[in-house]
Write a protein that binds this ligand. Sequence first.
Ligand SMILES: Cc1cc2nc3c(=O)[nH]c(=O)nc-3n(C[C@H](O)[C@H](O)[C@H](O)COP(=O)(O)OP(=O)(O)OC[C@H]3O[C@@H](n4cnc5c(N)ncnc54)[C@H](O)[C@@H]3O)c2cc1C
Length: 375
Amino acid sequence: MTRAAPTTLRPTTPKEVRDAVLDTPGRLAISGAGTARHWAGRPAEVDATLDLSALTGVITHNPGDMTVSVHAGTPVRDLQAELAGHGQRLALDAGRIGRGATVGGLLATADAGPSSLVYGAMRDLVIGTTSVLADGTMVRSGGHVIKNVAGYDMAKLLHGSYGTFGPLVEVVLRLHPVPKATACVAVDGPVADAARHTAAVVSSPLEPIAVEWVSGDPGRLLIRLEGGVDTLPGRVGRLVDLLGDDAREIGDDAWSGHAALTAGQPSTDAPEGAVVRIGCAPARLASLVAELPATGVTAGLATGVATVTVPGAAVAEVHDAVAAVGGTSVLRDRPDALDAPAWGPAPSALALLKAIKTQLDPGARFAPGRFDPWM
Ligand SMILES: Cc1cc2nc3c(=O)[nH]c(=O)nc-3n(C[C@H](O)[C@H](O)[C@H](O)COP(=O)(O)OP(=O)(O)OC[C@H]3O[C@@H](n4cnc5c(N)ncnc54)[C@H](O)[C@@H]3O)c2cc1C
């Protein structure tokens, strides 16, 4: 293990992570590629940082079973490059993958992209994890089989945990084939029109992979299809017919601006804005985002997940509006000087979360501050 700075530990194996946890007294921050450093509650002062960016590499790839196990610090874009040679991929298109986000970091932040409509989030793609608890216990859950329901499902618990239960060191993932062809159809209009189009598309047999509205003047609905080289053009034609005269096929690079917004970067219209991630029932999302003082919006009208850029002073108002429709929200990027709440009202399961935290990390050593003010 190398020490990049006096208080930064860079383990290269799961055993070195365990040794670092046992040998380092006090509170520990956990970092991967640092692409979600500013998300959720601001990290509180710690005694050392556990930098997992050197804990990389594929451990086992079973192409026949379509599963792979990797060290948690592996950047997903590196994993995709390795899997592509086998015609396989991790079906996750979170925006910050392009900035080097790691497998463990994406799981710990519950991140996902537009194609979660069909493939789900990391929660749905992870089938096993190994993590290290505060007392040095290595906890292994799940494995290489997709049907595996024995024992506690730690992987689901760690999804969105922001490191508060301890570092992930290994992750087992299910894989999907790389599609033979993809296409993107766009139709311009405000979010209310986009919601109407979305209802028609998701109830059709066209099986879109992603349905996302991106704000603008007047805004644009992007619909992505995947399929065979021979069959996809016919489905694109039927989709354009369904959406009407304004719809047209456009290049797949339409998604790069979308990825930048969801990755936590404020919209270029409001570089000093704060970025909030919202999740609610899909049917409520269009009217919710239309009411917010947002300058930049990406809204998954069929998943219920949106990312919005708002003035820093409006963050608390956004949390309240989302909670009022039964949704959840978390602050992503923000100006350094902004003192805004990272989370909305505490969930009803807070007592349970606190009890699990006390059980797994009784000294509150890991990732202090990330769930402030809840715990
Ligand atoms: C005929 C048949 C045979 C099967 N045989 C096997 C088998 O031999 N071995 C095997 O492993 N599987 C087997 N399965 C699959 C297994 O029963 C399901 O995959 C498993 O129960 C998950 O349920 P689900 O995917 O339907 O629903 P899920 O969406 O996974 O949810 C089921 C319920 O559990 C809750 N839940 C989900 N995740 C959590 C969590 N982390 N903590 C608390 N609650 C949670 C949900 O809220 C929901 O109420 C079989 C399924 C069928 C239909």
